[in-house]
Design a protein around this ligand. Structure first.
Ligand code: AP5
Length: 219
């Protein structure tokens, strides 16, 4: 059976940061809906142009477009054992479609780590975030700086600040999260899959807490 882990949390909670660590530790590919949209944007595809209209406003890309993109990604060869999902599902509709999709793929969501961080911390984190051009490695100018300012420690590519990290857009993204995504916390809690973790701890404490709490995965 394929196994899927869904990372939940508000914008800036540290989902992308933790996903890179956990996917290496568990041997599951990191599937980030936001990264796929940004990759399309960089490659100037039609999907990228469509997604940009929503992302720049801090709103969600329509469910049908997002679901089709994730369906395509999850049927690729590297997802043969399952995947670590970051940023999807993000609405109750997406969560239900994911369950249907996973029946077809003979898999299921086994755990849902929820990284809980209060709003004032999120604004500070997104305002100071720097992301690497090549592979999306994430830094923070105060909490997790790169060794050389503006340069990724891992692949040497240059770092940039995301368009949607402007303060007005961040506020909108947090509102959209509270309205449309936070109902998923109860959705997965009722299924007994939610693992809540205090995301205000240091990055390595969050990772070790998550890895201790996640079920063992047989590859
Ligand atoms: P997406 O890219 O998914 O953005 P997000 O969910 O808003 O999350 P972020 O990437 O901003 O934050 P994160 O939780 O990954 O935090 P990070 O690790 O970077 O989505 C972008 C847009 O795409 C959406 O707004 C929407 O338009 C669209 N979209 C995506 N998925 C969609 C879907 N399913 N449906 C519809 N639309 C969709 O960390 C943040 C900062 O904090 C970094 O600087 C980091 O270094 C720092 N940090 C991390 N952890 C810690 C720590 N423990 N202590 C101190 N600093 C820390």
């Amino acid at each position: 059976m394929r196994v899927y882990i869904v990372l939940l949390g508000p914008p800036g909670a540290g989902k992308g940061t933790q996903a890179k660590i956990i996917s290496d530790a568990l041997g599951l590919p990191h599937v980030s809906s936001g990264d796929i949209f940004r990759e399309n944007l960089k490659n100037q595809t039609d999907l990228g142009a469509l997604a940009k209209r929503y992302m720049d406003r801090g709103e969600l890309v329509p469910d049908d477009v997002t679901v089709a993109m994730i369906r395509d990604r999850l049927t690729r060869e590297d997802c043969g054992m399952g995947a670590l999902l970051d940023g999807f599902p993000r609405t109750p509709v997406q969560a239900e479609v994911l369950d249907e999709m996973l029946v077809q793929l003979q898999g299921k969501v086994v755990a849902v780590p929820y990284i809980n961080v209060p709003e004032n911390v999120l604004v500070d984190r997104l305002g100071g975030r720097w992301t690497c051009q090549a592979q999306g490695h994430v830094y923070h100018e105060k909490h997790n700086p790169s060794k050389v300012p503006g340069v990724c420690d891992i692949d040497g590519s240059s770092l940039y600040q995301r368009e949607d990290d402007k303060s007005e857009t961040v506020k909108r993204r947090i509102r959209v999260y509270l309205e449309q995504t936070s109902p998923l916390i109860d959705f997965y809690r009722k299924q007994g899959k939610l693992i809540e973790i205090d995301g205000t701890q240091a990055i390595d404490r969050v990772s070790s807490g998550l890895l201790d709490a996640l079920p063992r995965i047989e590859n």
